[in-house]
Unconditional design. Structure first.
Length: 305
């Protein structure tokens, strides 16, 4: 005899869940008599009684309880998979709101925006750049960008880039005038260019080498939240600047800036794109997640010699 099909199993689960033939029939949009026949056919195929039913009640047998415990989760997985596949038919459209810290916007998201908008002409991006931590759900964002240590456990997170590094830089003129630090603590005797977060916090500079972590709170000749101003001051020889390598790569190549304490600046994982866990994300969000995955594949291929 043929194995039970999904329609018979779906009918069985509906009856088991509602304990009522009429309500189960309404749920799966068949007649009560047809539903009763499906259950009988299923029992005949399996050779075991799954339910005891009277005119007033429906109760699972031991075999019915066992089948329900195994089949119901499997049917939910099948339903979720079908929903996701159907979602691929939908044209990604609408507004996608993303909250991200400025460095992630400048160095990681910015190169993606143009190609993404070209690939998905019906999607509008709304990217808010701010350094403070935001609850993206309560603030009305679809997704956010953060570094790993600040990610909530109940979020789906995907890496946006490869490793990044903080670098310590200064102009050749500053180094000629004040010399090179040989240890992070030497920075206490130097002029430094520092950033204050929107929360008002100014974090210590952290350095690591061979498992040894050193934190310093160097004197600040300039405090600014503006990246362009800090860059200009560093180029003009105003002091030593700690920043992400992506901001100064061209200046280091040209010799306009030189790097310091390289062996104390170890790489760390790049930012993550994160969003609330849900069975099926909106098409615009799903499109961006798929775009990021393809973007990262292309970037990795470029690095392969």
């Amino acid at each position: 005899m043929a194995d039970p099909d999904l329609h018979d199993l779906d009918a069985f689960v509906a009856i088991a869940r509602t304990r009522n033939f009429r309500r189960a029939a309404q749920e799966i949009r068949v007649s009560a008599s047809s539903l009763s026949q499906r259950l009988k056919d299923l029992e005949d195929r399996l050779g075991v009684r799954l339910m005891n039913r009277t005119t007033r009640s429906v109760a699972l047998t031991e075999a019915g309880e066992l089948l329900l415990s195994r089949v119901a989760p499997a049917l939910r997985e099948v339903s979720d998979a079908l929903d996701q596949v159907r979602g691929l038919r939908e044209v990604a459209s609408g507004r996608l709101r993303v909250n991200a810290p400025p460095p992630a916007v400048d160095l990681v998201l910015a190169p993606m925006v143009g190609p993404f908008l070209e690939a998905y002409p019906q999607v509008d991006l709304d990217i808010v750049s701010e350094s403070g931590f935001v609850d993206i759900v309560s603030a009305g964002f679809d997704a956010g960008v953060r570094y790993g240590e600040h990610l909530a456990q109940d979020m789906v997170a995907i890496p946006l880039s490869g490793p990044q590094s903080y670098v310590l830089v200064a102009s050749p003129a500053y180094v000629a005038r004040r010399g090179r630090p040989s240890h992070p603590k030497d920075l206490l005797e130097h002029d430094c260019l520092r950033a204050r977060y929107s929360s008002g916090v100014m974090h210590d500079w952290e350095f690591e080498k061979g498992g040894q972590l050193v934190k310093v709170d160097p004197p600040a000749r300039l405090i600014s939240t503006n990246m362009g101003l800090a860059m200009r001051a560093a180029l003009d020889g105003a002091g030593i600047w700690a920043t992400l390598d992506g901001y100064v790569s061209e200046a280091l190549k040209s010799g306009a800036l030189v790097s310091l304490l390289e062996d104390w600046c170890e790489p760390f994982p790049g930012p993550f794109f994160y969003y609330p866990s849900r069975r099926q994300p909106p098409p615009a969000l799903a499109a961006f997640v798929a775009f990021v995955a393809e973007w990262r594949k292309r970037e990795r291929r470029k690095k392969i010699p």
